[in-house]
Write a protein that binds this ligand. Structure first.
Ligand SMILES: Cc1ncc(COP(=O)(O)O)c(C=O)c1O
Length: 437
């Protein structure tokens, strides 16, 4: 008999390192064995509270019985048939439900893919095809995915682009109005961001009648959980209309109840022409969707398709997910999110390194700074907190250069939310001590 010198997690991680692309960005050694609701266990039997939800995906908690039941039932019936060449009920039913739910009035149609990046690719191709215009406007700090088209829009971290040029041409980037770090000091951030597009981009590099679409995250996700000022999205809608430009909302991260409304656009009552969806749509099964006004999604057979897109098991999981979201989970996220923010804001008074606590619903970000007045970013502290949280039994993720995200399941029970917040505070205190503060 051999004696085990390494934990099971360490053994898996060594095998991972030998066999899997090193491009992934794991910062702590969590090797999952099991998940239930907002609790997860690693292969060595240790329990954690999950404030990461597989990057804002498992909005209904891990393996919700209603979703698992729907997956089992569909898996027993059939696993795949390809919606590009055949028909099946789960895909049609899901399209009907999404068309009713999306924040776009009038008839809409759905294109199904497998991921957020694919949903964005479909939106780009559709916008070019419909408008016959070549250009796009996206925003600094945006994240829209890593395929070539989506990556051309993404302006989040240089490492994501380094070595991959040339990207898809014709994309201009504008400044996203960040109320905490106003890119236009002394000016109204929302209006200044709009003026930059109209008075600078349109007059220099980006003729407006060549722009097919403006694509924007209603709340920036990977870029740092940045909530724009209230005049920004309505102003963007006006600007797009004035120049005949389509407005695409990328709700891959903000959608499906995450912000305390079914879609983040509802916070501002602004309608996009096209909306991209993925992540929380199917509680963890791979699925992406691009929903557009029917008049726009009028491309001919063969123009765009995907073998696996709208997989029947994923569609069944999405239908069950929607049952739960419409059955109260969205309201739960609004309620728990307000509570979470109030607890974090109270903590920020005791820990001034928590420079900004922001977000909507259960899409909450905390920005770590060296000093609250100068707001100097403190990425090292953020990274240390993430690692210390893991040691304390809490799964967290960062975003932006120096922010943390708090994205538990929408139905997290209050006692687990409280436990997670306490673990976060312990990790913060530990990290500050380790760093000498
Ligand atoms: C707003 C947004 N769009 C697109 C994507 C890309 O999604 P995926 O990783 O499923 O391709 C992400 C992923 O984080 C995202 O946050």
């Amino acid at each position: 008999m051999t004696t085990r010198t390494k934990s099971l997690a360490e053994e898996f991680i060594a095998r991972d390192a030998a066999n899997i692309s090193p491009s992934y960005t794991r910062s702590y050694p969590f090797v999952m064995a099991k998940g239930q609701g907002s609790e997860v266990w690693d292969v060595d039997g240790r329990r954690y509270i999950d404030f990461a939800t597989g990057i804002a995906v498992t909005n209904t908690g891990h393996s919700h019985p209603h979703v698992v039941e729907a997956i089992k039932k569909q898996a027993e019936a059939f696993l795949h048939m390809s919606g590009t060449d055949f028909y099946y009920a789960p895909q049609i039913e899901l399209a009907e439900r999404l068309n009713k739910l999306v924040p776009i009035s009038g008839p809409t149609k759905v294109f199904f893919g497998n991921s957020g990046a694919e949903a964005v690719e479909a939106a780009l191709k559709l916008a070019r095809w419909y408008t016959k215009r070549p250009r796009f406007i996206a925003f600094y700090s945006a994240f829209h995915g890593r395929t070539f088209g989506a990556l051309s829009l993404t302006a989040s971290k240089a490492i994501q682009r380094n070595g991959f040029a040339p990207l898809v041409p014709g994309v201009s980037h504008a400044f996203y109005p960040n109320p905490y770090r106003n890119p236009f000091p002394g000016e109204d951030p929302g209006q200044a961001a709009l003026d930059y597009i109209e008075k600078h981009l349109f007059k220099t590099t980006t003729p407006p009648d060549e722009v097919a679409a403006i694509i924007v995250e209603p709340i920036q996700g990977e870029g740092g959980y940045i909530v724009p000022p209230d005049n920004f999205l309505p102003g963007l809608r006006e600007l797009a209309d004035k120049y005949g430009i389509l407005l695409i909302f990328d709700e891959v991260q903000t959608g499906f109840g995450r912000t305390g409304k079914m879609f983040a656009a509802e916070h501002w009552g602004v309608e996009p022409d096209i909306i991209t969806l993925a992540k929380g749509i199917a509680s963890g099964m791979p699925l992406g969707a691009t929903v557009a006004r029917a008049e726009i999604m009028s491309w001919p057979p063969g123009a765009h398709a995907s073998t696996f897109g709208g997989n029947p098991v994923s569609c069944a999981a999405a239908l069950a997910t929607l049952d739960l979201l419409e059955g109260g989970f969205v309201e739960m996220a609004a309620h728990s999110g307000a509570y979470l923010k109030s607890r974090l804001r109270e903590m920020a008074e005791r820990y001034p390194v928590m420079g900004d606590v922001r977000g909507k619903g259960l899409m909450v970000g905390v920005e770590l700074v060296k000093d609250p007045e100068g707001k100097e970013p403190w990425p090292e502290l953020r990274n240390l907190i993430v690692d210390k949280a893991f040691e304390h039994g809490l799964l967290m993720l960062g975003c932006g250069t120096n922010s943390l995200r708090f994205i538990p399941a929408l139905n997290i029970p209050e006692e687990l939310l409280d436990e997670g917040v306490s673990l976060y505070e312990a990790a913060l205190a530990d990290a500050l001590q380790a760093i000498g503060r």
